[in-house]
Design a protein around this ligand. Structure first.
Ligand code: 5CU
Length: 397
């Protein structure tokens, strides 16, 4: 196995670059960073990004914006390369002019953050940091401005794609207004990292306080599921078949629900004949991070992705069911082929240990151990998920 395929690459790792953190400090409403007096008159900064943060907010510090802290975290966990993206809620809450200016500046900042950082010891041509840039996706932005940002990102050598939330320009990701943007991203070969922020109302179907557990464990993944399903239903992947979309948190619940989705489509007169393919086919065109924390979940996701090629049939051109194309492949082969679309991630700087005495972060250890223990993945498959797949997808090396 080539040494490079043994590299560990973190495709899901965030930060608020200094310029973004300054903007959060200047705000009086969420999202914001506030200074709070703690013991002995010391001052600590607290972050409010979700609507129901603990009173006073959560501690925030250099791990969110300092490159040395990111590198220290990487070294502690044996991570060779990180693909850094701005954390939620990106530019969603700004006016069009503010978002346009900040996207432009933050993309340049991120390029600088990556390009002036260290290279890998054994691969001087490979940096330890790359990035996903930002588009000014807010209501009233012009298409021209969005296209300019796509062009800017495509010209910055250390930016390999862009991170995007689920709102689009206010009407979701199934909005035809985004068609020129999908076309430009596809043409530029950039990867879109689709990430949630809004989740589901934390008071949905109950009233007990559960911290952020329901929001993060269930609401976030369900938001991603809804957003990508809207893209599938509106035919985005039929119109832009080479679009490369990476889904946060292993695709949320899409893998679990894809056969139900296919059946609901087939039984709904409004959409039954809209798509070129069975809904399950599109899962084989998507990419999934491996931020699922358990080996069974990783194995399952790879099964579902691997199975997608069974649904290759074109619904509109063939009279027979797509299932007539079933390729009789061994389950292990499908699982292995599905793993090629999966990528290790940490979600750093989120999910730190609750106790500061822990050496390694449990959230990271869990995700690495889940890859090690995923049943049916060969050593080569595991090395791919740890890093080789990301290097190939992002054309690094
Ligand atoms: O803990 C959280 O709030 C988050 C968040 O906001 N975004 C994220 O990516 N992970 C955890």
């Amino acid at each position: 196995m080539a040494a490079t395929t043994r590299l560990i690459v973190d495709i899901h790792t965030h930060g608020y670059l200094p310029r973004y953190a300054s903007m959060l400090r200047s705000r009086a409403v969420v999202p914001k960073i506030v200074s709070t007096k703690v013991r002995d008159g010391a001052v600590e900064e607290r972050l409010h990004i979700l609507n129901d943060e603990p009173s006073g907010g959560r501690p925030v510090g250099r791990q969110y914006w300092d490159r040395d802290e990111k590198l220290k975290f990487m070294d502690k966990h044996g991570i060779d390369v990180s693909i850094v993206s701005t954390a939620n809620p990106w530019l969603d809450f700004l006016s069009a002019t503010q978002a346009e200016d900040l996207a432009n500046e933050l993309n340049d900042d991120l390029e600088q953050f990556c390009s002036t950082g260290p290279s890998l010891a054994n691969h001087q041509n490979v940096k330890r940091l790359y990035g996903f840039g930002l588009l000014p996706l807010v209501p009233e932005i012009t298409t021209q401005s969005l296209l300019q940002s796509v062009e800017q990102i495509s010209k910055l050598p250390h930016l390999k794609g862009l991170i995007m939330g689920t709102k689009g320009v206010g009407n979701g990701l199934d909005d035809e207004a985004l068609d020129p943007v999908w076309a430009a991203i596809e043409k530029a070969g950039l990867v879109i990292f689709l990430h949630p922020h809004y989740g589901v109302d934390s008071n949905a179907w109950g009233g007990k306080d559960n911290g952020h557990v329901l929001q993060l464990a269930l609401g976030f993944p369900f938001e991603t599921t809804t957003a990508v399903t809207r893209m599938i239903l509106s035919g985005v992947f039929d119109r832009y078949p080479r679009l490369r979309l990476l889904l946060a948190h292993s695709g949320g619940t899409l893998p679990q629900l894809s056969s139900r989705l296919a059946s609901c489509i087939d039984h709904d007169p409004a959409v039954a004949s809209r798509l070129n393919h069975d809904a399950r086919y599109y899962l084989g065109k998507l990419y999934f991070d491996a931020v699922a924390y358990g080996p069974e979940e990783l194995g399952f996701v790879s099964d579902v992705i691997g199975r997608a090629e069974r649904y290759e049939g074109n619904k509109n051109r063939e009279s027979s069911s797509p299932k007539s194309n079933i390729i009789k492949q061994a389950a292990a082969q499908l699982r292995s082929s599905g793993s090629k679309r999966m990528f290790f991630g940490t979600d750093h700087p989120f999910f730190p240990p609750l106790s500061s005495t822990e050496e390694k972060w449990q959230s990271v250890v869990d995700n690495l151990e889940a890859i090690d223990a995923a049943e049916g993945w060969s050593e080569e498959d595991k090395a791919g998920v740890r890093g080789g797949n990301a290097l190939a997808l992002l054309n690094i090396l």
